[in-house]
Design a binder for this molecule. Sequence first.
Ligand code: ZN
Length: 244
Amino acid sequence: MKYGVLGDIHGNLSALEEVLRCMDREGVGRLLSVGDVVGYGAAPRECIQILRERQVVVVLGNHDAACVDRLDASTFNNYARAAVNWTKGVLTREDRSWIEKLPMTVHLEHCSVAHGTLHRPELYDYIQSTTDADPSLDEMPLPVCFVGHSHVPVALLRMRDDPTRTFYTKDPVVDTDDAHRALINVGSVGQPRDEDPRAAYAVFDTEAGSVHIHRVTYDIPREMRRIRDAGLPEMLAARLEWGV
Ligand code: ZN
């Protein structure tokens, strides 16, 4: 079985379409999303519609939650808050009710999915060190868990030969057969922040026992135009080009 894992999409339709084209070519059978389907980008409704049509398994991100008043956006920065307010104005009642039904975590046959941490997903904490990752690694019921939230791809690992030691790697290929626990941030489809503007996504091949993080170029100028035409802050268009 091949799972395709979509990191933070953030209403970026061009990036989502390109990533799905790549996943289809790779023969991905099941699609997962670590949340933040909306916020920042100018095509939230189109992205929701695609995920619904393709029956993607999705968890609730903090921007998704803020757009349906499940989370107070006052702690968000100005750009994020402006995008939440704009997104609230375009979502239909049906979109909102789809978001409201999203779970905080999902456990499937081969892997779990959460947005920030598996440990306390409702807090939307960031995993930026091995210490941040340890509580989630301790609680993982399955060897593999996918997260997003920081928009930076990284794997936090405990290997079978020394499961007491947590370390991280930015290697885009993770051997999950050798891992006792693998907590993998798949990066972001719609707003990469590691200075590489290409869309990120992951493919988990359960038979090969591996997770690959891929990067793909997409039509960034088209998506920048969409953001400007929507009247969203210029910074949200510009950052797509910079990958920050
Ligand atoms: Zn996000």
